[in-house]
Design a protein around this ligand. Sequence first.
Ligand code: ADP
Length: 394
Amino acid sequence: MKILVLNAGSSSIKFELFDMPAETIEVRGLLQRIGEGESQLGWKVGDESRKLARPVADHAAGLRWILDEIGVGGAGPAIGAVGHRVVHGGEAFADTVLITPEVERAIEKHAALAPLHNPPNLLGIRVARELLPGVPQVAVFDTAFHQTVPPHAYLYPLPYELYTELGVRRYGFHGTSHRYVAERAAVMLGRPFAQTNVITCHLGNGASVTAVAGGKSVDTSMGLTPLEGLAMGTRSGDIDPAILPFLERVRGMKLSEIDSMLNKKSGLLGLSGLSNDMRALLSAEAEGHARAKVALDVFAYRVKKYIGSYLAALGEVHAVVFTAGVGENAAPIRERILTGLAPLGIELDLDRNARAIGVEADIATPASRTRVLVVPTREELAIARDTYRVARPG
Ligand code: ADP
């Protein structure tokens, strides 16, 4: 059964076509700059890459182009189901679901909580339904895995009505990735998932840490929105909320300006004044760039603090797991994060760490009580598996 996985952003559509249950990737690619003049479509079939450019007015024209080029739907092989990445499912979805009109309405309702993400995700769903009539559409939510987080971890110490009336609480994101790498970690550890405690660090441009107890998410660093938690590429993560009124008072900044600053001009970019890109910062630091160093110090220190707090939350931890662009590849950053944690039972093997780049590996010393694992994330595969589980015939 062919499963098309779609991740629709405001001006892009990321896609991956799987044959399930074999899990073979047939095509993967990205359409960028929708509605911005010349759009670019790049995709890979096996080892062969292709690139095309032409104006694409909207998501519907974009998806039509993708389907034509990759030769599915229409005259080509039939698609059995489409799996959509949807960022915010609020409290309504603790698992993957078949999309019905009711589900669509719920995704629309949650747009207030994820105004940058849910509207384009929903557009992707509507366009796919139009172009592939009768094909089951499935929604896989970034928030779903974290629906097991208990109230003491998801409630903010604010007036309770903000939660009951407006849904102001921690939801958490990157759930599909945290779940996938936690499950892989259990396999690598040789433990049943339901008896596995891990701390998963998804460190990409966006970054979050999750505490998993007995295979369930029990706390996570992102909150109502993806702004909370770690210092990220351009997001501040945790700050004193009183900085907001302070900036209003002394700088006359509007809330919308502060919001944009916190999301787009802070984090690694804001501190370094150079880049949000980890590779660029590591080379700048090597050349003596002082603010690149301080940005990396802050980044690593904050991951370390979250690991420490989740060690306390979980008690027993079988592994700390690193994933996403930085977590999978940046050995010097993993080293920086874990340095000094030996007294807490986490001991990195420096040689194993340096060798583990983009591959699954155990990089702890043999004596380390808690294992340290690198697990490349495969969110699209996780979405394809879920979609197959929900939409397969019979
Ligand atoms: P996104 O959140 O955009 O999906 P990714 O998971 O792709 O992000 O991670 C992007 C980050 O990973 C960038 O900061 C990039 O510099 C970093 N990264 C990728 N490869 C390496 C590498 N080999 N060494 C260090 N950092 C890397």
